[in-house]
Design a protein around this ligand. Structure first.
Ligand SMILES: NC(=O)c1ccc[n+]([C@@H]2O[C@H](COP(=O)([O-])OP(=O)(O)OC[C@H]3O[C@@H](n4cnc5c(N)ncnc54)[C@H](O)[C@@H]3O)[C@@H](O)[C@H]2O)c1
Length: 269
């Protein structure tokens, strides 16, 4: 008997940059924050509709007002409410009138402890709940809802360069957990036609960092390899690439957005 031959074909068409997310409906947690709102601005500018999810409605309303004329929907929701994750996608469909095609699990907090002895159980649990448990169960709910019809869907998780660094525990531990999850499930989701990736920003000027760094929008200078902090817009550009069809061959990757700070070169060769 002749062995059945597996045939794989890729239909590839070059992307049209100005409409690269046309028809996509992107759910962004932490959508009212610095990086989440920059994602919303970028994604809508290239054809997507966005559903912002945040526990601070006033922050989302500001973003929505700024993006008047674009398809922007908002959902006030606390991502630590793990039990409601499946309903979140059902509600998102009702509000936007479409299935969610892309999940950006981006909400996160850092309580900026500088040493293990500063970490209380409450602070530890909160950071685990927002940064690790929520993206995990969001991903699970997204897969459960859409895995049977997975083709073309994407998941992007905002992790951090802190996953590999010695500062900010337990924050960095939560992000290391996310990196592990992204790699662990990439084969499973890719087989079905979906992709999952992570972006790992370096220090980026947002509400999360503003009070802890001396850099400002007017002067981004910062001690460190890059010599400056990042701005949310450049993180959003990379995010856009990773959720678009410009990156069809990338899955299971963590892309550092920190101008090589994680490379640890001793010399500027
Ligand atoms: N700013 C940085 O230097 C930096 C560096 C690396 C990674 N990150 C990651 O980027 C992501 C976005 O952070 P950002 O810098 O935009 O900070 P940000 O504080 O501006 O935005 C975070 C958003 O998440 C929301 N949020 C917090 N807890 C929530 C909850 N329980 N439910 C729903 N929403 C909640 C906040 O209201 C806020 O709008 C985070 O995951 C963060 O860990 C940031």
């Amino acid at each position: 008997m002749e062995e059945e031959k597996k045939i794989v074909q890729v239909k590839f068409s070059p992307v049209q940059a100005d409409r690269i997310l046309a028809g996509q409906n992107v759910l962004i947690t932490g959508g009212g924050g610095g990086i989440g709102s920059a994602m919303a601005r970028k994604f809508t500018s290239v054809g997507a509709s966005v559903i912002l999810v945040d526990n601070k409605p006033e922050k989302m309303e500001k973003v929505k007002a700024e993006l008047t004329g674009y398809p922007v929907f908002t959902m006030t929701y606390d991502v630590t409410d793990t039990k409601d994750m499946p309903e979140l996608f059902a509600d998102a469909e009702k509000i936007s009138g479409k299935e969610v095609t892309i999940l950006c699990a981006n909400a996160g907090i850092s309580l900026h402890e500088h040493g293990i002895t500063e970490v209380t159980r409450e602070k530890f649990d909160l950071q685990i709940a927002v940064n690790l448990r929520a993206p995990f169960f969001l991903t699970k709910a997204f897969l459960e809802r859409y895995e049977k019809n997975a083709r073309g869907r994407k998941i992007l998780i905002t992790t951090s360069e802190a996953a590999d660094e010695g500062f900010d525990r337990p924050y960095g531990m939560t992000k290391a957990g996310l990196n592990n999850m992204i790699k662990a499930i990439s084969h499973r989701v890719y087989e079905k036609g979906m992709r999952i990736n992570g972006i790992a920003p370096g220090v980026t000027i947002t509400d999360m960092t503003r009070d802890n760094i001396s850099s400002t929008e007017q002067n981004l200078a910062y001690e460190g390899v890059a010599g400056r902090v990042m701005v949310p817009e450049e993180i959003a550009e990379v995010a856009c690439f990773l959720i678009s069809d410009a990156s069809t061959c990338i899955s299971g990757e963590i892309i550092h957005c920190n101008a090589s700070a994680h490379v640890r070169s001793y010399y500027k060769a």
